[in-house]
Design a binder for this molecule. Structure first.
Ligand code: AQP
Length: 335
């Protein structure tokens, strides 16, 4: 397929801490397989991360680790565009223009804004409220067709679609209206300590999350401590949120279907099942960790990926932004 006929895919993860199994199974794992049939653009979303206070040295470290992780998870810089959001200034510039067509009421209603405001009551900043507009800017700048996301981001994607349509109807067709790509399995991996809430990097309870940098013993210990449901049956179902979550994790990491796993663990009890989940996760993350560590030692290579990615991204982004500015009525700068 030539590049023109391919759909454009955009997605990203914030370098806000240790990347979780939720980020991996709900997002990054799905990115690699799209590379051959789509034009894929994957971003380390650092501008967004500062809506919650970050320690500068940690942010730098997390950003490079996340880039290396993308590649270790199978994103090939020769096939996909990989870059850091703050390297392409058009993201912030388009966000400003989109801000002027976003309503305070619609941003105020965002579930994640409400949740993060509760969690960070001491720092309810404008960026926290505005961040879905920045996310819309990320997506719309690349004339994105498809956005692979976990369930928690659907509401933000809906805003991106609304803003695209609003701008298109106020001026004239400018943006592609993006579609979400939410996978049936893994789009909402839950906390190991509370299966009613999602697994999140920023969860203060370390036992609630598996991170992609956890070693084998830590992973075994966390699954051993994972909460379970009241009976002892390994079965998927709405009445069994904890075991359903573990079954989903097992299925996505072992490749076995949930129905087969239910049969395999029938009558075996939770202990045996949890051990198997841990081993399947370890077998998935260990090769990724090794490759990530190898890449992190090759700073020159990572920098070359970033340079090439930012150049490609900026070329596309500046074209879209120029079009937006023209439609709004801004006078182009004379060069
Ligand atoms: N638990 C999850 N299950 C499935 N998908 C998930 N994602 C996040 N958590 C889960 C998906 O990962 C992508 C990147 O997310 P992000 O870093 O941009 O922000 P987030 O959704 O806020 O992720 P976290 O881990 O919860 O970060 P913090 O704690 O910093 O807020 C998205 O596609 C998301 O859907």
């Amino acid at each position: 397929m030539n590049n023109e006929a391919k759909k454009t895919v955009f997605s990203g993860v914030q370098p806000t801490g240790k990347i979780t199994l939720g980020n991996y199974l709900g997002a990054i794992k799905n990115w690699g397989p799209l590379q051959d049939e789509c034009n894929c653009i994957y971003c380390v979303v650092d501008l967004r991360s500062i809506t919650v206070a970050q320690v500068p040295a940690d942010l730098r470290k997390n950003t490079m680790e996340l880039l290396a992780l993308y590649i270790a998870c199978g994103i090939d810089p020769q096939k996909s565009t990989l870059f850091i959001q703050s390297h392409v200034p058009q993201h912030a510039e388009l966000a400003w223009a989109l801000d002027t067509i976003s309503y305070i009421g619609e941003l105020n209603r965002m579930t994640q804004f409400k949740e993060k405001s509760r969690k960070h009551a001491e720092n309810i900043n404008m960026g926290l409220m505005n961040y879905p507009v920045l996310m819309a800017s990320d997506i719309l700048l690349y004339q994105t067709d498809l956005v692979p996301v976990g369930k928690d981001q659907i509401q933000h994607l809906e805003l991106a679609r609304n803003l695209a349509e609003r701008f298109n109807s106020r001026y004239s067709p400018t943006f592609v209206v993006p579609e979400g790509l939410v996978y049936k399995q893994g789009s909402s991996i839950k906390s190991l300590q509370d299966p009613t809430s999602k697994m999140s990097k920023s969860d203060p309870n370390d036992n609630a999350i598996i991170t992609l940098s956890d070693d084998a013993d830590t992973i075994r210990r966390k699954f051993r401590r994972a909460v379970t449901d009241s009976d002892t049956c390994v079965r998927f179902g709405e009445d069994k949120p904890a075991i359903s979550n573990l079954l989903t994790i097992y299925s996505l990491t072992s490749g076995e279907s949930i129905a087969d796993a239910e049969q395999r663990f029938a009558g075996k009890g939770y202990g045996v099942f949890k051990e198997a989940v841990a081993e399947a996760v370890i077998a998935t993350v260990e090769p990724i960790q090794q490759e990530q560590q190898r890449l992190l030692k090759d700073k020159a290579y990572l920098e070359s990926v970033l340079k090439q990615g930012a150049d490609t991204a900026e070329r596309i982004a500046s074209k879209t932004l120029a079009k937006v500015y023209r439609k709004i009525g801004f006078i182009p700068r004379v060069r």
